[in-house]
Design a protein. Structure first.
Length: 118
């Protein structure tokens, strides 16, 4: 904000310490296992770290790699995801969760908790 407008509003000055405080804020980066989303998310992580905000987790969402698909086209896409999942889990974070592709969205806390029971 300071670079773009020349000043930082008071509300932002108060917000930044809260975003930096791990007792108040946890940042989770969510991406797809594809080139553009992973590269964009890694740039976001660099920007956050520059602001002294460290993402706690990365989530790779809608992964075909994490399914048992036998469809040849989807299996090919799943194999292509492997390199991007490896990049995220080995180079970008030590805390990574892979969410398999689901036929329907899980919306809300109770639904998302179902992932931990699988």
């Amino acid at each position: 904000l300071e670079r773009s407008t020349g000043e930082v509003p008071e509300s932002v000055k108060k917000l930044l310490p809260r975003l930096r405080n791990p007792k108040e804020t946890s940042v989770v980066i969510v991406t797809l296992a594809e080139a553009t989303p992973v590269l964009e998310a890694s740039r976001l992580q660099v920007d956050l770290k520059r602001a002294e905000i460290t993402p706690k987790w990365w989530v790779v969402n809608q992964s075909l790699y994490a399914t048992d698909t036998v469809d040849p086209v989807l299996k090919g896409r799943a194999q292509a995801e492997a390199a991007w999942i490896k990049k995220v889990s080995e180079e970008l974070t030590s805390n990574c969760a892979i969410i398999p592709w689901q036929p329907e969205e899980k919306i809300g806390y109770e639904k998302v908790k179902e992932y931990s029971q699988q």
